[in-house]
Design a binder for this molecule. Structure first.
Ligand code: ZN
Ligand code: ZN
Length: 471
């Protein structure tokens, strides 16, 4: 039992490391099923010397009939929410993303960026955007983490973005994501990938969603959005999500300054341009909102491995998260790490600075290690094989994220939006991404629950100044 748990945690750590390395946001088939037909897996029997063309998957929509839009919902406008993973706040201007810049000019833009929640990672921030809750309130405190209370209850205790059993289990998630909010108020929704969209949360699911598969063709994703919008008004979804990972992948592999990253920026910019034209052709009142989850920075130096400074034998660990089993252990490791390095700060959980919103959830561990710069930090190295030999280590990636946006502006994300509800030519100062939730709910005419976001922050971008009372 004990060693089974340990193995599970080790497996999760291994999978998490791999997932971060791949820069993906959900289950990577090559982690879960080595035989899956991903373009990364080379089948030895293939003899042809040509470069293999990646296998393209068509979107597999999972549909649940939730009945028609209510008559009230049918009168509402439409929101297409696009995430460009890892699209740093300054990429559009720096690399000449003309379609995104034009979108921002026709509507609203945050020229100095949007502020991600800490930690500036993919799942915590995608889910903060759709719930208006900081990670410690929305439940996803990192992409991979441990939950001592679930352990005590005998439930699956490690959330990992590469474990479908966790990703699809609504009990991990708090808050009411926009699709659940809409569905509960009689409005149909559809998600073409978004963290949380594969689980039932707050008693609801999107009417249509897909299991995450990044091999789904990029143009087919747009075609799917259009197919949804071509449905009759009774069933046509009013809230639709769309996701592209390219810029994040390139940023991890090559770094934010690389020509490959510029190429990825221009590629997704072209996709947004194509999407925009297609949306206009529907003649529906659609607000197009394009955001990212976080930025990207060049990683400096080699791994910093915490078990070189502190005895972690009694700890559960996931990535750089440390879960001490006793108060004595927690205090000891805090003291051991306190002056160990200027590359990170360590806090007891309750003492984590308020601005990080990272001091209240046991999933955050205790003590909490916060990098002070672009450093790759982990609790343990790769460890040993069963035969006692050392497993091979790998260098940190060229680029990464997850750091405090208050001290590292490279973590800032992007925001562009235009449509019938949004005033043209609006520029907004950097704002926290949790404020998107009440703003999008308002555009859709939904009544939003209290969150960490505030409609007033972005109300000035709206034609009605955020003043129309929603039913
Ligand atoms: Zn990433
Ligand atoms: Zn991301």
């Amino acid at each position: 039992m004990r060693s089974g748990r340990l193995q599970l945690v080790l497996l999760a750590v291994w999978a998490a490391t791999l997932a971060v390395a791949l820069g993906v946001f959900a289950q990577t088939p090559q982690v879960q099923t080595p035989q899956a037909q991903t373009p990364l897996v080379q089948t030895p029997q293939v003899q042809t010397p040509q470069v293999q063309t990646p296998q393209v998957q068509t979107p597999q929509v999972i549909h649940t009939d939730h009945g028609p839009n209510s008559s009230e919902a049918q009168k509402a406008h439409y929101v297409v929410l696009v995430s460009l993973d890892g699209f740093r706040w300054d990429y559009a201007k720096r690399y000449g993303a003309m379609h995104l810049l034009a979108l921002g000019k026709r509507g609203a833009i945050a020229p100095q960026g949007m502020i991600p929640s800490y930690p500036s990672l993919t799942f915590p921030n995608h889910y903060a955007i759709v719930t208006g809750l900081y990670p410690e309130h929305n439940g996803l405190v990192r992409n991979n983490f441990y939950d001592p209370a679930r352990q005590a209850a005998g439930e699956l205790a490690t959330y990992s973005i590469v474990n479908p059993a966790a990703v699809t289990d609504g009990s991990w998630y708090s808050g009411t994501p926009l699709w659940s909010l809409a569905e509960s108020q009689g409005m149909r929704t559809a998600c073409l990938f978004w963290p949380g969209s594969e689980a039932e949360i707050a008693g609801e699911r999107p009417t249509d969603y897909l299991k995450f598969d990044d091999r789904v063709d990029q143009f087919a994703r747009i075609d799917q959005v259009l197919a949804w919008l071509k449905q009759p008004a009774e069933t046509r979804p009013h809230f639709i999500t769309l996701y592209y990972s390219d810029v994040d992948h390139a940023g991890h592999q090559f770094g934010p300054d690389a020509p490959e990253t510029k190429a990825a920026v221009l590629k997704v910019d072209a996709l947004v341009g194509k999407l925009q034209i297609a949306l206009a052709a529907t003649h529906l009142p659609i607000d197009l909102i394009v955001v990212s989850d976080h930025g990207m920075t060049k990683i400096q130096g080699d791994w910093i491995t915490l078990d070189q400074f502190a005895g972690l034998a009694n700890f559960e660990t996931v990535g750089l998260l440390l879960y001490g089993k006793t108060e004595e252990d927690r205090a000891r490791v805090y003291n051991q790490l306190k002056h160990a390095s200027d590359k990170f700060q360590v806090y007891r959980l309750k003492d984590v600075p308020a601005g990080l919103h990272y001091s209240q959830n046991p999933r955050e561990g205790d003590p909490v290690v916060v990098p002070t710069g672009p450093y790759a930090i982990r609790a343990h190295g790769p460890g040993l094989n069963p035969d006692g030999t050392a497993k091979p280590d790998r260098a940190p990636e060229a680029g990464s994220h997850g750091f405090d946006p208050a001290t590292m502006p490279e973590m800032k994300a992007s925001f562009f939006a235009a449509g019938p509800d949004i005033l043209p030519g609006r520029t907004v100062a950097p704002f926290e991404n949790v404020n998107l939730y009440p703003w999008i709910a308002h555009i859709l005419g939904l009544t939003a629950p209290k969150s960490d976001g505030d409609l007033n922050i972005l109300a000035g971008t709206l034609r009605d100044n955020g003043e129309t009372a929603n039913q």
